[in-house]
Ligand binder design. Structure first.
Ligand code: ATP
Ligand code: MG
Length: 327
């Protein structure tokens, strides 16, 4: 049986939050012990929407690396690397982009909804093409499994089509990647997914007090006015947090809330405890790494060196398959 290779990562547009944890960080920590794992700090993909704020992107690279280390990513097992420092990814993106049509990108539902969210009418070339670049992120290290949130399904489907087309056109160099979908976490506003850009996130570096304050303000079932009104836990973001962060308690919470036997304040207090219990070991690990930024840089230099070596090997094969290996 051949082993999977994992590729996963995050845009470096700010700190990571509980949505990232549920969507993909949680499974990465387990998978790193089982499969070769590449974790991408996606600074180029971050530029597609933040090209006016390169400073934020650069600062976020170390911030996100610290988030990774705090959740228990082990740099001895997982290769942490910076996307812009692997020029072979840009090269592969270029080759892939020759046979990807503009319409297939325009019809990608995640691209569509993100463009709408950001108010883009005339789409930037780099933004429209980011799923192609993402296919190259996956292909350069021959990844077969991508742990990611459900918004990534269309991108992985597009990546599968791209490598299939490459293999048909030239030579079978790549395997089609599969997605490993984590859950989707709703934001504190109860409206949409938890997201950096929507300002509804609970960050992994939150203090105990921040967790308490933010959860106290979180939206709950809007139909519930008085404490003893029966609630609808299935549409309440706080109940969702119970489900993800203290599953053993959630059947009881569901029952009590549905009967109006527990008020939102008490329910939030229990959710606060669950989230703080989850974050406590992260705070400890963050504390040990935070004073050692030089060590984090060393981890990134070493990871980027390893990723680059894999990229060089793949590109030799790619150029040979395409017949453009001249000398
Ligand atoms: P931005 O607003 O900058 O796009 P983001 O919070 O959406 O930030 P990304 O870097 O785009 O974060 O996403 C990285 C990974 O985290 C992806 O796999 C995505 O599916 C997952 N993810 C992000 N937010 C959530 C969420 N609320 N629930 C589950 N998964 C999520
Ligand atoms: Mg996003």
């Amino acid at each position: 049986m051949t082993s999977d290779i994992i590729l996963t990562g995050d845009r470096t547009t700010g700190k990571l939050h509980l949505g990232h944890y549920v969507g993909s960080l949680r499974s990465r920590v387990e998978l790193q012990h089982v499969y070769p794992t590449f974790i991408l700090l996606a600074d180029v993909q971050a530029l597609t929407t933040h090209f006016e704020h390169p400073r934020l992107i650069a600062d976020s690279v170390r911030q996100v690396a610290l988030d990774y280390l705090s959740i228990g990513i082990d740099p001895e097992r997982a290769t942490l690397f910076i996307q812009s420092m692997i020029p072979e990814i840009a090269e592969l993106t270029q080759y892939f982009s020759m046979f990807v049509t503009v319409n297939s990108l325009r019809h990608n539902p995640t691209v569509k909804s993100e463009a709408k969210e950001r108010g883009y009418n005339d789409l930037y070339y780099g933004f429209l093409g980011y799923p192609v670049s993402q296919a190259a992120d996956i292909a350069f290290c021959k990844a077969t499994l991508v742990p990611a949130g459900e918004d990534q399904i269309p991108h992985i489907e597009q990546a599968r089509k791209i490598v299939r087309r490459f293999n048909e056109l030239y030579r079978p160099v790549f395997k089609e990647p599969r997605i490993l979908i984590g859950g989707r976490l709703t934001g504190l506003d109860g409206g949409s997914k938890m997201s950096k850009s929507l300002g509804n996130a609970l960050y992994l570096d939150s203090s105990r007090e921040e967790v308490e304050l933010k959860l106290a303000k979180a939206k709950t079932d809007p139909a519930r006015v008085r404490k003893d009104d029966p609630g609808h836990p299935d549409i309440c973001p706080v109940y969702e947090y119970h489900r993800h962060f203290r599953p053993e308690q959630c059947a009881d919470i569901h029952k009590l809330c549905s009967k109006g036997a527990i008020g939102c304040t008490d329910c939030k207090r229990l959710a606060t405890q669950a989230v703080n219990e989850l974050l406590e070991p992260l705070r400890e690990r963050r504390g040990t790494f935070a004073g050692r930024m030089k060590h984090i840089d060393e981890i990134l230099v070493e990871g980027t060196r390893k990723a680059r070596a894999a990229a060089r090997e793949t590109m030799l094969e790619v150029r040979e398959a395409m017949g453009i290996n001249y000398f």
